[in-house]
Design a protein around this ligand. Structure first.
Ligand SMILES: O=C(CO)COP(=O)(O)O
Length: 296
């Protein structure tokens, strides 16, 4: 499978195109879709996320899982990338998260500070960098300024930029909440407007309170919601995240609706590794069976 026109129409420089090509067409199912394994929850939520499967607290266990499961990439922070990626370099693409924070302080002025640079990502052999942007908080202006430097560096180094676009804060809560259609749709559009190559969003709830086109109001399904989000992102590729552990049936349906709507892929963490190893692998096989039906 080649990249056909898919990457050609995204307006990428050669470095970004080569790296995205490696992620999308040389790993995983290699059909232009992507299944990423995120592993920054130890910072973002703390060790409680490993209680369900203590083995998952060990970065080597997760990296092995990423290789065995044929993931298109693993997303980690600098500390784990420095100490653990070496043994797996070349076997699974590295998506280096450049910023991150704990969930201890309240969300309203959330800002995720930088801990790593695009230059470090190059040194580590990363194929992409990740930036968490909080859309709608009181610190948004500072966030955008910090992001701008990352975007410029990513452009200079030819490094694909994946934005975790997270609506947060009291103003978002007043308009339906962080997973409402309004919030997710606006966050996807924001990442696209600000030059992200890929945007990662939560699966939108078909919330009718704000931002929904009047003609959709009668029956606004989750399928329609995710479809609109993909269109709001236009030439920025969309990844849908997993969220808290849920039933396999619901997760597979979420995956199917996302891919049917035109998402490029999935970034599922807790639903993959908060369970014993064999169950994880079975679940990953089911996700791959969805992705294989949607070549990009
Ligand atoms: O991208 C993610 C975290 O960085 C998504 O992780 P979860 O699937 O565990 O919600």
């Amino acid at each position: 499978m080649t990249n056909g026109d898919t990457l050609g129409r995204l307006g990428l420089g050669p470095g970004k195109k080569a790296r995205l090509h490696r992620i999308l067409y040389k790993h995983g199912i290699a059909n232009g879709t992507a299944l990423f394994l995120p592993y920054d929850q130890g910072l973002e939520h703390g060790p409680r996320d490993f209680f369900a499967n203590p083995a998952a607290g060990d970065p080597r266990y997760i990296l092995k899982l990423a290789v065995e499961g044929g993931f298109n990439g693993i997303a980690v922070q600098i500390g784990l990338a420095e100490k653990f990626f070496w043994d797996f370099a070349g076997e699974v693409p590295l998506l280096l998260k450049l910023n991150g924070k704990t969930d201890i302080p309240p969300d309203d002025a959330a800002l995720s500070p930088l801990h790593a640079s695009v230059a470090e990502a190059v040194r580590l052999g990363a194929d992409a960098v990740g930036y968490t942007m909080y859309v709608g908080t009181r610190a948004q202006e500072q966030d955008f300024a910090q992001y701008r430097q990352v975007r410029e560096d990513a452009h200079r180094y030819g490094m694909p930029l994946v934005v975790w676009a997270y609506p947060r804060g009291d103003a978002i809560e007043a308009k339906g909440g962080k997973n409402s259609f309004y919030a997710v749709d606006y966050a996807a559009r924001t990442a696209s407007e600000l030059g992200a190559d890929v945007v990662k969003v939560n699966f939108p709830r078909p919330d009718k309170r704000t931002g929904v086109k009047p003609e959709y109001d009668a029956e606004f399904s989750s399928q329609r919601a995710v479809d609109s989000v993909v269109r709001s992102a236009n030439r920025t590729l969309v990844l849908i995240s997993g969220g808290e552990k849920a039933g396999d049936g619901a997760m597979i349906e979420k995956a199917r609706e996302s891919m049917e709507a035109g998402a490029t892929g999935l970034i599922f963490g807790r639903n993959v590794w908060q369970r014993p190893h064999d169950e994880s692998m079975r679940f990953v096989t089911k996700l791959r069976e969805v992705l294989v039906k949607y070549p990009r």
